[in-house]
Ligand binder design. Structure first.
Ligand code: SAM
Ligand code: SF4
Length: 386
């Protein structure tokens, strides 16, 4: 039964996009939208019905009673869905589970598939945080990334979100782009700063298998250029009031840290609804078992029968899985949280802590362990010690 002291979040996946970006390996499928930027009403109705059915089954099978601490609607492109459908979904969720009245409720939106009226509708439906996939403000870089929007449309989307009343906005930006210099990357940050977002996600471009970029990789900055971009970018962000709290996440004050993402990094639990969505549920008694879930990936399969694949995390993998998440955070973690979230004794960390400290990648403060700035920047080397 999920009635423990581990927070429980809710992730909902919307698997459609107008066009597939050549670097993206998320579960997103191109939909022929007939020049419109909305899903067909029949399709979105059927999908919302299926999401609620999926939720009913997770609640029943995992005996979920805990209140929901945050909600994240991600994609794909959730902003292809109408505000009416999002309102019906949120209403349906609140009929089934209690939602913390202060819960952060985020929706991801693409510039180009959203306008001010739609944003107002999302806000009225109960969305209180918007995450906009800007990537870059440079038209040349956006074209190299195969994006459908321009820099001007990106700016307009942020302004529309503000006018619609959103006071908690995240912008996604990617650096390490084809042909990018440190100066180009800083110009994107400067441009973003003129819009004063509460949160910035500043990701380094990764080349993922099964993407167009994997098969035809564009010419990317060298390793030393990438290090220069991230070092200069991190310090620019810090100097301009964006505190880094995770490898790629920056916020204007602790209040705007993403509650939903913090829950992943702290190894909290989450229900995952929608095509290809992942979930994680911990049972503490009588035995400690962490179950990972994944729903049918292909949208039409999900619509026909939202199948769930479940897998228990092997005890041998638990330590590394926890560290891969918790060491992304500047704050690190309390040893007691390690035990609560993994069921393992904190003595299991001893042979990891010693070399981490010796190599200057870790800091131990009383009952807390956290990465140094170098540890954050070279997280892969730190995790190799685990
Ligand atoms: C799953 S996407 C959904 C957001 C929305 N569909 C969009 O693209 O605007 C979330 C974010 O992940 C980031 N992202 C996706 N693929 C990436 C990659 N290969 N490397 C770095 N960041 C990536 C982008 O910044 C993107 O906005
Ligand atoms: S719009 Fe977002 S989710 Fe869709 S393909 Fe592009 S990066 Fe992936």
């Amino acid at each position: 039964m999920h009635m423990n002291n581990i927070p429980l979040a809710l992730y909902i996946h919307f698997p459609w996009c107008e066009k597939k970006c050549p670097y993206c390996d998320f579960n997103s499928h191109v939909l022929d939208l007939n020049a419109s930027t909305d899903l067909e009403p029949e399709l979105e109705d059927a999908y919302i019905d299926q999401l609620l059915f999926d939720l009913d089954r997770d609640i029943e099978d995992f005996q979920i009673e805990a209140p929901i601490s945050s909600i994240f609607m991600g994609g794909g492109t959730p902003s292809l869905v109408s505000p009416q459908a999002i309102a019906r979904l949120l209403e349906g969720i609140s009929q089934r589970l209690s939602i913390n009245p202060k819960a952060e409720c985020t929706l991801e939106a693409n510039p180009g598939s959203s306008d001010q009226v739609k944003f107002q509708g999302y806000r009225a439906a109960g969305i209180n945080r918007l995450s906009l996939g800007i990537q870059s403000f440079s038209d040349t870089k956006l074209a190299a990334l195969g994006r459908v929007h321009s820099g001007a449309e990106a700016l307009a989307a942020v302004e529309s979100a503000r006018q619609a009343g959103f006071d908690n906005i995240n912008l996604d930006l990617i650096h390490g782009l084809p042909g990018q210099t440190a100066q180009d990357a800083l110009s994107d940050l400067e441009r973003a700063h003129t819009l004063f977002p509460e949160h910035l996600s500043w990701y380094q471009l990764t080349i993922e298998p099964n993407t167009v970029f994997f098969n035809r990789t564009p010419s990317l900055p060298t390793e030393s250029d990438l290090d220069q971009i991230s070092t200069e970018g991190w310090s620019w962000l810090n100097d301009h009031g964006y505190g880094q709290y995770e490898v790629s996440a920056f916020s204007r004050g602790n209040h705007y840290q993403s509650q939903h993402n913090l829950n992943y990094w702290r190894f909290g639990d989450y229900i995952g609804l929608g095509a290809g969505a992942h979930g994680k549920v911990t049972q503490q008694q009588p035995d400690f078992v962490i179950t990972r879930t994944r729903k049918s990936r292909i949208p039409n399969d999900y619509l026909k029968a939202a199948k769930r694949i479940t897998k228990s995390v092997e005890a041998a993998d638990l330590r590394l899985e926890f560290l891969m998440n918790a060491l992304r955070l500047n704050e690190g973690f309390l040893l007691s949280d390690f035990s609560q979230r993994t069921g393992l004794a904190s003595s299991e960390l001893v042979d990891f802590i010693a070399p981490g400290l010796a190599q200057g990648l870790l800091i131990k403060e009383d009952q807390k362990l956290r990465p140094t700035q170098r540890g954050l920047q070279f997280l892969d080397s730190l995790l190799l010690l685990a």
